[in-house]
Design a protein around this ligand. Structure first.
Ligand code: ADE
Ligand code: ZN
Length: 339
């Protein structure tokens, strides 16, 4: 199959997205427009200047600019607009279901009431389902560079919305902030029947992946690249059918991998890992989910059947009920047979 044929197979392949920070879908155009609408000063005059600032050599370089960008989000309507823009873009990539992260502490630290981000996002999610047919779930991420008490405070503030939250996650600066730091708050989330996910092994060592599994009791692992350094860990992840939400363009932009030709995803599949492809922060890393699929297709290291497996994994790794997952898997079968 030629790359062109593979790209067109990817374009309409039904898929789920499981690793998407909604604040990371803030496109420069929307950042500039919201800065104007909300009269917020930003250190850029044009969309081009914003884009030119997106050059990173490690995770922290990106995080500094990402938290600064989020400062233009001020009202429920802003969060609703942000979510809807993402879902429109995702729909164009044949995303049928998305499980999206948000970082409430980024917003409450700026003085926004907790309700603003969550109500705005939930409104956008409802509209996306009604008008675009894209279903979604919301995952509240704790910022790991802050302390566990701040995470607990965030969980307390989320109490009135727990029925509309699918789970909790852990993101931000990884190295120096191991999973163990959040053991108690993740246990509390588990007692509230929330799903648990965590970024681990993006920049952090394999021991952080063990911490996510054994201390945080995660239901899904975000990134997980550095698990590949530990054979025993890889075998365990495969045996436990742990879903890995891998983000190829993010890995390239944050120098987690040197080049796409060396990305571990093909090896992950070979080792029997339930890997998925996701966009992480598409406005910052140069592409939405299909761009991530295509970036790997361009290396010639994965075939059509493997992309279908990746799409299947995205539903298998989702927190949808089994009967919904079965419907999506059947749709992938129909699609694959029709091509
Ligand atoms: N927050 C947004 N994107 C992130 C990433 N890739 N790693 C950690 N924290 C993040
Ligand atoms: Zn992420």
């Amino acid at each position: 199959m030629t790359i062109d044929n593979l790209d067109s197979f990817i374009a309409d392949l039904p898929k789920a997205e499981l690793h998407l920070h909604i604040e990371g879908s803030l496109e420069p155009e929307m950042m500039v427009a919201l800065a104007k609408r909300n009269k917020v000063a930003i250190p850029f005059r044009t969309v081009e200047e914003v884009r030119a600032a997106y050059s990173f050599t490690q995770l922290q370089d990106f995080l500094d600019i990402y938290y600064q960008g989020a400062n233009v989000l001020r009202a429920e309507e802003d969060f609703r607009d942000l979510a809807l823009a993402y879902f429109q873009r995702a729909r164009a990539d044949s995303v049928r279901h998305a499980e999206i992260f948000f970082d409430p502490q980024t917003h409450t630290a700026r003085g926004l009431p907790f309700s603003v981000a969550i109500e705005g996002l939930l409104a956008g999610m409802r509209e996306a389902e009604a008008e675009l047919g894209v279903t979604s779930k919301l995952i509240l991420c704790f910022l790991r560079h802050l302390d566990e008490e701040s995470a607990f405070d965030t969980l307390r503030q989320a109490e009135p919305w727990l029925d509309r939250l699918e789970g909790v996650g852990l993101d931000s600066s990884e190295v120096g902030h191991p999973p163990e730091k959040f053991a108690k708050v993740f246990a509390a989330a588990g007692e509230r029947d929330l799903k648990r996910v965590a970024h681990a092994g993006e920049e952090g060592p394999p021991s952080y992946v063990y911490g996510a599994l054994d201390v945080l009791h995660v239901d899904r692992l975000d990134h997980g690249n550095r698990a590949m350094e530990d054979e025993i860990l890889v075998s365990r992840l495969a045996r436990e059918a742990m879903t890995l939400t891998v983000c190829p363009l993010s890995n390239l932009k944050l120098c987690v991998v040197d080049e796409m030709d060396k990305h571990p995803l093909p090896e992950m599949l070979r080792r029997g890992l339930r890997a998925t492809i996701n966009s992480d922060d598409p406005a910052y890393f140069g592409g939405y989910v299909n761009d991530n699929y295509r970036a790997l297709a361009a290396t010639g290291r994965l075939n059509r059947a493997q992309f279908a497996t990746l799409a299947r994994n995205s539903f298998l790794g989702s927190f949808l009920p089994d009967e919904e997952i079965a419907k999506h898997l059947a749709a992938i079968d129909v699609y694959t047979l029709s091509r």
